[in-house]
Design a protein around this ligand. Structure first.
Ligand SMILES: [Zn+2]
Length: 177
């Protein structure tokens, strides 16, 4: 027979330390990126993770990475804010495909057929799970300098992801909103 310790019940349950928030964030933006690497040149999630950590980040900046053969790698946990568009990381998810630069060294839509399938899969999944989120390319989030309500080519800070995300989404039956 023991005497109940009244303090015991007041002690909060011990949890192992969690590196990331356990609850999902409010997602208002799904952003598409490219690695800005030469068409056909392979790149994988551990190489990009190492690169981003080497530049002082806690982890890879994206939540998903799509390899040349359509591999879908997990990057940063979805519950954790990424590091991919300044000013938009807190409420967004980021997917990045390997490529984006043509053989002539200029920005180009270099997505392989397998990457098209994989990207559609990721965007459909996120779009269903986060119906309030808009889907945009990195370049579409550039500041609208002349405030005409549209971000035009002359306003792009980068070419990333080197294709029109809204047009492509509509062409494969995904509403970019
Ligand atoms: Zn980008």
């Amino acid at each position: 027979m023991g005497v109940a310790n009244p303090r015991r019940q007041q002690t909060p349950a011990q949890r192992p330390p969690q590196p990331y928030a356990l609850t999902m964030r409010n997602i208002t933006l799904i952003a598409v990126h490219c690695t800005a690497t030469l068409a056909g040149r392979p790149f994988n999630v551990s190489a990009i993770r190492n690169m981003h950590i080497a530049q002082g980040w806690s982890d890879i900046g994206y939540h998903k990475l799509i390899g040349l053969d359509g591999e879908i790698w997990d990057g940063r946990p979805e519950a954790a804010a990424g590091a991919h568009i300044k000013g938009h990381n807190a409420e967004s998810l980021a997917v990045c495909y390997v490529g984006g630069i043509g053989a002539d060294g200029r920005p180009a839509d270099t997505r392989t057929p397998a990457q098209l399938v994989a990207l559609k899969f990721v965007l459909q999944d996120w779009s269903c799970r986060f119906p309030d989120a808009i889907i945009r390319g990195h370049r579409d989030m550039s500041p609208d300098r002349n405030r005409d309500g549209r971000v035009t080519r002359d306003e792009w800070l980068k070419d990333c992801p080197c294709f029109d995300v809204r047009d492509w989404c509509r062409s494969v039956g995904i509403d970019p909103r």
